[in-house]
Design a protein around this ligand. Structure first.
Ligand SMILES: [Zn+2]
Length: 111
């Protein structure tokens, strides 16, 4: 679904059908995160990460910093692997252990 910033994001949900006005971010929040609001999406890396990293083991947690008055709150993204833990050093390329497993499988399949 397209988020309020216009980026495709699997963790964003909205429903404006039949008079409903529901907008929500379904990313897990780290403790202490500020509340989500639609303008948070503009500064969020999650859509780009989900586009680059299609791993089913990818676990995303966000923390929204409390913005100063009139400033857009910043989103910090913590990515980890449900099989190998985290945090991932590069959420865009994914978990190095998973990538190594995939390389291994491929190598064995080609042998
Ligand atoms: Zn992994």
């Amino acid at each position: 679904m397209k988020n309020p910033a216009g980026a495709e994001c699997a963790l964003y949900y909205e429903d404006f059908a039949r008079g409903a006005a529901l907008q929500e971010c379904r990313a897990a929040r780290q403790p202490g995160s500020a509340e989500w609001r639609p303008d948070v999406c503009a500064g969020c890396a999650v859509p780009g990460i989900l586009k680059a990293n299609g791993s089913a083991r990818l676990v995303i947690e966000i923390s929204i910093a409390r913005g100063l008055l009139r400033r857009r709150p910043r989103v910090q993204v913590r990515a980890s692997c449900s099989a190998h833990g985290g945090p991932l050093t590069d959420p865009y390329t994914g978990c190095q252990a998973c990538n190594a497993e995939a390389d291994d499988l491929l190598r064995r399949a080609l042998d």
